[in-house]
Structure formats: C-alpha cells, structure tokens
Design a protein around this ligand. Structure first.
Ligand code: IPE
Ligand code: IPE
Ligand code: MG
Length: 248
C-alpha cells in the first residue's frame, strides 16, 4: 500500500456525538481527545511520516467561553498525559497557528511537549491550533511585503517556492490526504494553499467514533485515487512514480 507522506485530519463532530447520547458537548471533546490519541498510535503503527490534526481553529474562539476554556484545559491535560506515549513512539511534536494567544497553561504544556520531543525522528505530529488558512496566507504576504520593502526579494520574480516558505509548517510536505469526519463537506479555513492538490476524503463518522479501520479505509481510498496534477491520465500512467507528490 502506498502511504500518504502527510495526512491531515479535520477532527469534527465531537459535539454532535455527545448530544446524540444526551450528554454535554464537553463529553464529546473528551472522547474526541481519545480518538486523537488512538489515531496518533495508528499513524505510528502504519509508519505515516507526517500527521497534522486540526485541533482548534481561529474561528473556534467564537464558541461559548466555557467550551473554549474546557478545550484549552483538555489540550493541556492531554499533552501531559500522552507525553510518555509520544516519547516511547519517537514522535516529534510541533504546532502551526498562533499559539502565543493561548492561555498560559496551554502554552506551557505545548512548549514542554515540543522541547521534550524535539530530537525524536519518527512521526512528525503537528497540531493546528488557533490556525486559520487565511491568516496563514496573510502573514506570509506580510512577510513578503516586509522583505520586499527591505530589498531582500524582488516582487517581480518571487516564486511559489519563495512564498511557500513563509507559510506555517513549510518545512513539511503538503498534505497528500485530508480527512474530514462528521459528514461536513467543507474545509473550514484549514490549509488553503497547502491543500491545492490534496486528496479529500469525507466520512460521516463522528470524530469520537473514528478508529484504526476508518483510518485504513481513508488510506485505502487514497490508493485508488489517480493524482493527475493537471496532466492527462495517460501521462500519469507513464510517469506514475514521479507523480506521487505535490512537488512544492
Ligand atoms: C470538533 O468537534 C472539535 C472542535 C472543532 C474543537 P465540534 O465541537 O465541532 O463538534 P460538532 O461539529 O459541533 O458536532
Ligand atoms: C473545524 O471544525 C475546526 C476543527 C476541527 C478544529 P468546525 O466545527 O469549527 O467547523 P465548522 O464551523 O462546522 O465549519
Ligand atoms: Mg464542528
């Protein structure tokens, strides 16, 4: 089986999962955190190199304060709880998104996890936290403008590769496969630039129900896709080896 080099997941449906069972949305988030841990283990077992989990969007600040606080505490708690597992599995942890505005306790837990795992060489696990695809593009545009102002780049000859390096997480390949749970057919301001040639996989499963077999089903489906990157099917058939990835 051809493993996607980078899988990104929009983990959606915690609230509905809980409400369907007569519980508060918070319970769904607790079960969602367990599903995240399970999925990290699955990725390690399968040998996936890069896994990004969309954990909290910039728009999620609009939720009731109680829910936001709960999510932030759950994040801190979960990071502390799972550090041993991350270390045992040689997982390298990092973030995309502006984490400088997160509550201090979450920033501390994130910093400690990043520091502890910085030399690990296995799965690259990335949490997208306070992440917005538009904000990401905007900050890259600002970086470009500042560099142009200082005379470091020529606006006439700036390339996609140049621009790409100013985006969050640009040291990693773009996602080959983006999975979204809960039946919603949208990207909700996730990787806008990075998803240019990602294969999209949608499942009705709510995130707390997402298991190893669902992960495998997504990867299996990915294997049946023909990634053409603008070329014809015949061309792809002739150059299949070199056509596997988004080259940017
Ligand atoms: C995903 O589940 C978790 C976050 C976005 C933080 P939701 O909380 O969005 O669950 P639904 O979509 O309301 O069911
Ligand atoms: C997307 O889910 C964000 C995360 C999974 C972190 P949302 O539940 O926030 O998306 P919308 O609001 O339904 O588009
Ligand atoms: Mg949702």
């Amino acid at each position: 089986m051809n493993l996607p080099n980078h899988i990104a997941i929009i983990m959606d449906g915690n609230g509905r999962w809980a409400q369907a069972r007569g519980h508060s949305r918070f319970w769904g988030h607790i079960r969602g955190a367990k599903a995240a841990t399970r999925t990290i283990r699955s990725a390690v077992d399968l040998g996936v190199k890069n896994l990004t989990l969309f954990t909290f969007s910039t728009e999620n600040w609009k939720r009731p304060e109680m829910e936001v606080n709960f999510l932030m505490h759950l994040l801190s708690r979960q990071l502390k709880k799972e550090l041993k597992m991350l270390m045992e599995n040689n997982v390298h942890f990092s973030c995309v998104g502006d984490i400088s505005v997160l509550p201090k306790h979450a920033q501390k837990a994130l910093a400690e996890t990043m520091q502890a795992t910085k030399d690990n060489t296995g799965l690259n696990l990335v949490f997208a936290l306070n992440y917005s695809g538009r904000q990401d593009l905007l900050s890259a545009a600002k970086e470009f403008a500042l560099r142009a102002q200082r005379g470091e780049v020529d606006p006439h000859s700036v390339t996609e590769e140049d621009f790409n390096q100013w985006l969050a997480g640009s040291e990693r390949p773009h996602p080959d496969l983006i999975i979204r749970t809960s039946g919603e057919l949208r990207v909700s301001n996730f990787f806008l630039w990075q998803a240019a040639y990602s294969e999209l996989y949608f499942t009705d499963k709510l995130w707390p129900d997402f298991k190893h077999d669902d992960f495998l089903a997504a990867i299996t489906e990915f294997n049946h896709r023909e990634r053409r990157f603008g070329q014809t099917g015949d061309q792809v058939a002739r150059t299949s080896d070199s056509m596997q990835n988004d080259t940017l």
